[in-house]
Ligand binder design. Structure first.
Ligand code: NDP
Length: 237
């Protein structure tokens, strides 16, 4: 079966590293960003002939258009990675409702909608693999990240339920739960202080996560699993 994949959030950070590794492994890819020019640059960077898509995962219409374009230009997509995500960290009492909605829309609803859109093709081809990027805080909780944690914890319940729904169709659904990873999302953080709490003593690199994502994408007998990639952080949280 030809390996055709899409990476939402493939323009930067973890998703970009995932796309790089998938391209090296011979996947034909679509890279999605909210900005088409950014997506084009990311697709070009991969070398080869990959597709660039404009898609805001918080908008269902964008997702439908993206999948229609993929079907036309790439054929059937059998590997889906949901790496698009945002955080609006604040104590709950200081969190604006619009920031709650945007985190839930992007991190949780967005992944639900891309999974739903991808399933049609995967069911027709009797197979597929989905990896959703959660977070260790979705499992353990973290003050200042109530809504973000809820979006990521919700993704676990969603993914495990979907794994049960579609296992008979040979479609697998797994979650990666990263800890603190060097990307734009963690730029402002107090790294020197925070890394003292990480048993392996450092922030992760996007490539550390990418390796685990591709492992789950390609592991034929793993589904409904949550793989923590955090340098041991969950051991002390
Ligand atoms: P970055 O901020 O580096 O990248 C975020 C990515 O998400 C970009 O590619 C961005 O694309 C995309 N994105 C954001 N909002 C939307 C949207 N509405 N529609 C489409 N794409 C969107 O983040 P990371 O690489 O760090 O994060 C990747 C995933 O990993 C996220 O889900 C994040 O929650 C999760 N994670 C990250 C951790 C970390 O320590 N970095 C830890 C645990 C989990 P563009 O701006 O081009 O549209």
């Amino acid at each position: 079966m030809e390996k055709v994949g899409v990476v939402f959030g493939g323009s930067r950070g973890i998703g970009k590293a995932v796309a790089q590794l998938m391209a090296e492994k011979g996947y034909r890819l679509a890279i999605a960003s909210r900005d088409l020019e950014v997506a084009k640059a990311a697709a070009r960077n991969l070398g080869g002939n990959h597709l660039a898509l404009r898609c805001d995962v918080a908008k269902e219409q964008d997702i439908q258009s993206a999948f229609a374009e993929m079907e036309k230009k790439l054929g059937r997509v059998n590997f889906l990675v949901n790496a698009a995500g945002i955080n609006r960290d604040a104590l709950l009492l200081r969190t604006k409702t619009e920031d709650m909605i945007s985190q839930l829309h992007t991190n949780l609803l967005g992944s639900m909608l891309t999974c739903k859109a991808a399933l049609k093709n995967m069911i027709q081809q009797q197979g597929g693999s989905i990896v959703n990027i959660g977070s260790v805080v979705g499992l353990k909780g973290n003050p200042g990240q109530c809504v973000y944690s809820a979006s990521k914890g919700g993704l676990v319940g969603f993914s495990r339920s979907l794994a049960k729904e579609v296992a008979r169709k040979k479609i697998r659904v797994n979650v990666i739960a990263p800890g603190l990873i060097h990307t734009d999302m963690t730029k402002g953080m107090k790294e020197e202080q925070l890394k003292k709490n990480i048993p392996l003593g450092r922030f992760g690199e996007p490539s550390d996560v990418a390796q685990a994502v591709v492992f789950l994408l390609e592991s034929p007998y793993i589904t409904g699993h949550v793989l923590i990639v955090d340098g041991g952080l969950q051991l002390v949280l």
